[in-house]
Design a protein around this ligand. Structure first.
Ligand code: ACO
Length: 431
């Protein structure tokens, strides 16, 4: 899927080295430095990996300048309109849209594994009610390696397939059980006659004592949000899954690492941080100018949450879809939402401010997703859990792609050491 007809020349002292230029299918280019150290005894340095391609991948194409996102070549807007989340998961993981019987088999295989081992319930019982659901999620997903030992070998295709079904199937159950534990309600077991999204809402919101009426617009909104979060190339959490998975550890452990990476406020945690920010602005008298000034002040660590992106230097296409759904839900439920009004105003001010224009800072997927979750009655500390639920197919797709690659080897970046040169040891008594 890549060619190397061009050569880049590197001049180091009086030596010239030739490096192949790899060209991706969308015309994107990379100088292949994989042999650079062997040739020159030099490494490249790129703090934060902003300019480093860690792999070749056929899964997701992001053009940050143009605001384009495609899954396996299909525009995310079209996938969001025409697929459900499980079908999207199949596409991401296996590379093609499934035929009817393939999709049915995939759904059945997932349904068969929605239950957790009963022993896992004691894990939930051990967590204090104040535990953040992302901490619970990463712990319990990691613990799947204890209970599902027969799917732990990434080199065995049958075990890998089993791990994929189990991971997709058990994630909503773990997420919902964590929530139920935190509010002191009994666990609601999965109902396999429901769809993936219906089942999750059922396990989150049903109680044993009465019938749960499911709002079809909430199911659709959840389906959309999970699809929009399903993959995004080599982001922080996906890179974590690949990095950890490259040691040949089981899928559950690799995904547990991805969940931890996603939790941070600069990544998936931004949806929760964004609502906290909007509520703070509201409580502080709606002084938008003050917050815009804080965001622009280089001496103030405050950043406008839900704004900016390492790759998008244009409107994030996922944010546009989220904004449309926000509008639709708000119209259906009363016609106004003060936080949505505030977010829209903040966006308008930021997008006409030279600071944000010059830096190409636009709303990202997290700016409006939290408002949708609030309308659906999902508590703030579950927002990032829902992001994780959506990202599972992407993490699996990258884990699988990595293991199927003939060039796969353990990920091991180098460093430019800038510490002390060798020093004489000073005994404790003389320090
Ligand atoms: N508010 C104010 N200023 C910002 C923001 C922001 N949200 N984001 C970037 N900037 C500024 C930076 O201070 C920097 O300014 P400078 O050139 O004067 O130093 C410039 O824009 C470039 O920003 P970087 O820090 O280089 O951007 P980076 O690619 O490292 O970070 C990130 C991207 C982490 C997303 C950043 O934009 C941010 O912190 N945003 C807020 C958190 C957020 O919404 N995260 C979710 C990202 S989407 C996702 O993970 C699903």
């Amino acid at each position: 899927m890549s060619s190397s007809s061009q050569i880049a020349k590197l001049q180091l002292g009086d030596q010239t080295y030739e490096l192949p230029v790899r060209v991706g299918t969308e015309g994107n280019r990379a100088i292949d430095i994989s042999k650079l150290y062997a040739m020159t005894k030099h490494i490249t340095l790129d703090d934060g990996y902003g300019n480093t391609g860690s792999t070749m991948s056929t899964i997701t194409y992001v053009d940050g300048e143009a605001g384009v996102l495609r899954y396996r070549g299909y525009p995310v807007e079209e996938i969001a309109e025409r697929c459900d989340f499980t079908e999207t998961a199949y596409l991401l993981i296996y590379g093609e849209l499934p035929k009817g019987e393939e999709l049915e088999k995939f759904r059945t295989n997932i349904r068969r594994h929605t239950l957790l081992h009963e022993g896992m319930k004691t894990l939930f019982a051990g967590f204090p009610p104040s535990a953040h659901p992302m901490a619970i999620l990463s712990s319990v997903v990691g613990a799947l390696a204890i209970y599902d030992k027969d799917s732990g070998d990434p080199g065995d295709p049958i075990q890998s397939e089993m791990a994929i079904y189990r991971m997709l199937a058990k994630m909503p159950t773990i997420a919902a059980f964590g929530y139920k534990q935190s509010i002191g309600q009994s666990f609601i077991y999965p109902n396999n006659s429901l769809t993936y999204c219906q089942n999750f809402l059922h396990m989150m919101f049903a109680v044993p004592s009465e019938q749960y009426e499911m709002d079809v617009d909430f199911v659709n909104a959840l389906n959309l949000l999970l699809i929009l979060h399903a993959d995004h190339g080599q982001n922080c959490s996906t890179s974590a899954v690949r990095m950890v998975g490259s040691s040949n550890v089981n899928l559950f452990s690799a995904i547990s690492a991805g969940i931890c990476a996603l939790w941070g406020a600069l990544h998936g945690g931004a949806n929760e941080a964004c609502i906290n920010m909007l509520e703070g602005i509201m409580a502080g008298g709606r002084n938008l100018g003050k917050y815009i000034d804080k965001a622009k002040d280089p001496d103030d660590p405050f950043r406008l949450m839900g704004f900016g992106h390492r790759v998008y230097k244009n409107y994030d296409p996922r944010a546009r879809l989220c904004k449309t759904v926000c509008n639709r839900l708000i119209e259906k439920y009363g016609g106004e939402d003060p936080l949505f009004e505030l977010a829209r105003e903040l966006e308008e001010i930021a997008l006409s401010d030279p600071y944000f224009i010059e830096r190409k800072l636009y709303p990202n997927v997290d700016f409006y997703s939290g408002i949708i979750y609030r309308i659906m009655g999902i508590p703030k500390n579950m927002f990032t859990v829902l992001f994780a639920l959506g990202r599972v197919p992407g993490w699996i797709a990258h884990w699988r792609e990595m293991h199927l690659s003939p060039t796969n080897r353990i990920h091991r970046p180098r460093q430019l050491y800038t510490g002390h040169t060798e020093r004489k040891f000073v005994p404790l008594i003389k320090r």
